[in-house]
Design a protein around this ligand. Structure first.
Ligand SMILES: NC(=O)c1ccc[n+]([C@@H]2O[C@H](COP(=O)([O-])OP(=O)(O)OC[C@H]3O[C@@H](n4cnc5c(N)ncnc54)[C@H](O)[C@@H]3O)[C@@H](O)[C@H]2O)c1
Ligand SMILES: [Zn+2]
Length: 369
């Protein structure tokens, strides 16, 4: 399942070339040359990822004849903010980067979203190459062209769609990722299975033990499989039309975003919040969308086997409900919209759910009355 794929987006000239292969990082230079015409590549990374992988990335770029520079931001979500975006613009200008050059985002979703947005906006858009190094980034955020920074009012509130020219995925970089981040990322794999692909779900079920333990071959296969599913979904719905296929990938995310906001983004990791959100959405799906109880039980068992939390840290219900009311994806003038599942691998269009059912499901997931 590892290998190459080409993503095309109907109605746009955008093309993303994706290469998934263990050890591929050593070929970053040749890959960047092949997918862009860059003579200079500026690598954006965070301090932690740079310590592990920047040297290898820069060497490979230079070996391929590119001029290469490294820009580092501090590790962590706090780097996804407008101030750091402006700092990147100024550094790119100082390096005299042109539209014929490229940016390389080396790191997790934070670096990808920030550097991708810098690439979308500097000179009204320059090519960029994603080199995702977390499970979340490899299976989810690096594919599909969503880029953003956070604002004090909320996450991802300023951003753009800007497809990367290439995405180079080396699953072996996951070997240095802390186990907690690895497991959190696997929640997105389970989500994709539950929401849009029953085969991915079944495969993940049968490999949950080795995935949770960090077995490299299993992780590489999970990444390649999930990434293909994400690629299929975003190609059919590049800009997330209301009710389009891409919105199915928000399964579990209504609650997840509310938990993250209610905890001031210092609570559970995103993937952990997604796991709790999937359990809430699973319960609501049984109650209102005809999901068989046995399917919900399979989802519970998979999340348990991946070592993902069953309940949220104690969070006051009113704060969660307030955060739900502010969800970016709510419909005009109405409450939060819920993506539910009707069976494993099949999500329904987002819909409104009665407040009473939502409150009761959140209480069962650990919210405090
Ligand atoms: N654009 C999208 O479609 C999309 C989708 C999902 C999530 N996101 C965004 O992604 C972000 C979360 O991404 P994330 O979970 O990758 O977080 P992250 O980028 O902060 O990475 C998590 C931590 O792991 C470290 N790290 C990364 N790779 C490593 C490696 N190989 N070895 C050791 N340490 C490593 C990082 O330094 C960081 O401390 C959020 O901001 C979220 O909004 C975007
Ligand atoms: Zn997510």
């Amino acid at each position: 399942v590892t290998g190459r794929l080409i993503l095309r987006f109907p109605g746009t000239p955008a093309v993303s070339r994706v290469w998934v292969e263990r050890g591929a990082l050593a070929e970053l230079g040749a890959f960047t040359r092949a997918v862009t015409r860059a003579r200079t590549a500026v690598v954006v990374s965070d301090s932690r990822v740079a310590r592990w992988y920047a040297g290898r990335a820069l060497r490979s770029l230079r070996r391929a004849g590119l001029r290469a520079a490294l820009l580092r931001v501090p590790a962590g979500e706090r780097s996804k903010r407008p101030e750091l975006l402006a700092a990147l613009w100024n550094r790119l200008a100082a390096l005299k980067l042109t539209r014929a050059d490229a940016l390389v985002a080396l790191g997790g979703g934070v670096v990808g979203d920030l550097a991708g947005f810098a690439a979308a906006t500097y000179l009204r858009g320059i090519p960029w190459v994603g080199v995702p190094t977390t499970v979340i980034a490899q299976v989810d955020s690096s594919i599909g062209g969503k880029t953003a920074v956070d604002l004090p009012a909320g996450k991802n509130l300023a951003g753009a769609f800007h497809q990367p020219a290439g995405v180079l995925v080396d699953p072996d970089t996951l070997g240095t990722l802390p186990a907690r981040h690895r497991r959190a990322g696997l929640a997105e794999v389970a989500k994709m299975g539950m929401a849009v692909d029953s085969r991915l779900f079944a495969w993940t079920e049968s490999h949950a033990g080795s995935l949770a333990a960090g077995d490299r071959a299993s992780l590489a296969e999970a990444v390649a499989r999930a990434l293909r599913v994400k690629a299929r979904v975003v190609q059919g719905d590049e800009h997330e039309r209301p009710g389009g296929l891409r919105s199915a990938l928000n399964y579990g995310h209504t609650t997840a975003h509310a938990i993250e906001a209610a905890c001031g983004y210092r609570g559970p990791l995103h993937g952990e919040a997604v796991a709790i959100g999937m359990r809430v959405a699973g319960a609501l799906s049984v109650e209102t969308a005809g999901l068989p109880e046995a399917a919900r039980a399979r989802q519970e068992a998979l999340l348990d086997a991946l070592g993902l939390p069953a309940r949220m840290p104690s969070t006051p219900l009113p704060r969660l409900l307030e955060a739900l009311g502010r969800d970016k994806k709510r419909g005009p003038g109405s409450g939060a919209r819920w993506v539910l599942t009707t069976r494993v691998g099949h999500a329904s269009v987002p819909r409104l759910i009665s407040g009473r059912l939502v409150r009761s499901a959140l209480l069962r997931a650990g919210a405090e009355a």
